[in-house]
Design a protein around this ligand. Structure first.
Ligand SMILES: [Fe+2]
Length: 386
């Protein structure tokens, strides 16, 4: 028996100690033959070391891994239909099932966290249960899970970004009163929109500093790679592949890869495109901190009608929390305060309790400003401290 670092494990090695998840569930029993996919799974789960026997298995478990790479086609896009993967579940080894259960759990936890992060106070409970049902339904079909797994293996950052984009796109779609069927497509398209990044070399994808024209071209190709991957899956509607292809296209034709304009870009792709930009601006990337909400709102409002459709930008800004309750903000008159209440109709103009005056001196008396009131139209938030 020997202890081997996961990066040094070759296929065909046999586990001499079972592997458990952090919560104590058995993931792979003793005696499991490690094939390429299982090694990949273990890496994704953050397992660093494994105990293996000194012998190699004569044959790797080829049959078992091949069977689950694709779900039977023909299940269509009806998540509410009976679970077409039931028979697959019955046949699959327990460790496969445990793994998929974990992936599902992980995805739903991230959806939970994104809903709490973005949705407005007071609508958490309803949106949470609607969205969890919707995302949970998406995972009934095994081929989708495999696409997601591919997505997750690109890197944890891209996966989290994809979940956030999917949640933002669905919240926006809800505000636009899209049908349930459309919302399901937008959710799945949001999750998979950057799947093509897997084919971009990491040294290009995560390069610091300015990009060479060649690197930029390689990164831009993720849209076409994503389309290629998803369009081959006959169980997925074409709109899903289109969201991967078109989410960087812009209304005025300045986007890529095809420089499409206006209605040439599918509505769902436009929706995912706006959610993608919003999410990318809020998060910290390559040593650059996220933009603050004032800058993001200004950018999106400024680009509304030229790069992005007005109705999508409006629906996004109307459906999410921009200034979190309890966050510190500075007003255009120099005063600093804490957001104490959101104004759902005017999310960029919440109620602020002033703490410091313009000279940074503590206020002697409690003073609250409701920025949505007509008397305060000249006042606005110029800085947010998160
Ligand atoms: Fe992208």
């Amino acid at each position: 028996m020997s202890r081997i670092n996961i990066d040094a494990v070759q296929k065909g090695l046999i586990l001499d100690e079972p592997i458990y998840t952090k919560t104590g569930a058995l993931l792979l029993p003793r005696g499991t033959v490690l094939d390429e996919r299982r090694i990949h799974f273990l890496k994704n789960l953050g397992v660093e070391w494994v105990e293996v026997t000194s012998k190699l298995a004569r044959k790797s478990a080829k049959g078992a891994s091949g069977r689950l790479t694709r779900t039977t086609a023909g299940a269509g896009d009806h998540e509410n239909a009976p679970d077409g993967a039931g028979s697959v579940h019955d046949q699959e080894p327990p460790e496969e099932r445990a793994f998929y259960d974990l992936l599902r759990e992980d995805l739903l936890l991230q959806v939970n966290s994104a809903v709490i992060h973005y949705s407005q106070q007071g609508s958490h409970d309803r949106e949470m249960s609607d969205l969890l049902a919707l995302f949970g339904g998406l995972l009934r079909e095994r081929n989708r899970i495999n696409h997601l797994l591919e997505m997750k293996s690109t890197d944890a950052f891209t996966f989290k970004h994809a979940v956030n984009v999917a949640v933002l796109a669905v919240l926006t779609g809800l505000a636009m009163r899209l049908s349930e069927e459309s919302l399901r497509m937008v959710a799945l398209g949001g999750l998979l929109h950057d799947i093509g990044k897997k084919k971009v070399p990491p040294e290009v994808l995560f390069a610091d500093g300015a990009l060479s024209p060649e690197s930029r071209r390689r990164i831009e190709e993720h849209t076409e790679h994503g389309y290629d991957t998803l369009v081959r899956d006959t169980a997925l509607p074409e709109e899903i592949a289109l969201m991967a292809l078109q989410h960087h296209e812009r209304l005025d034709g300045s986007g890529y890869p095809r420089r499409l304009q206006g209605k040439q870009i599918h509505l769902f792709s436009q929706l995912v495109g706006v959610a993608d930009v919003f999410e990318a601006m809020t998060s910290t990337r390559n040593h650059r901190p996220g933009y603050n909400p004032v800058e993001i709102v200004e950018y999106l409002m400024g680009a509304s009608g030229t790069l992005f459709p007005e109705r999508i930008v409006k629906a996004l800004l109307d459906s999410i929390t921009i200034y979190r309750i309890g966050s510190a903000v500075q007003l255009s008159n120099g005063e600093t305060g804490i957001v104490v209440k959101a104004n759902p109709q005017l999310p960029s103009r919440p109620v602020v309790r002033i703490v410091f005056d313009e000279r940074r001196m503590p206020m002697r008396h409690e003073h609250t400003v409701d920025l949505s009131q007509p008397s305060h139209t000249t006042l606005c938030i110029v800085r947010s401290y998160g």
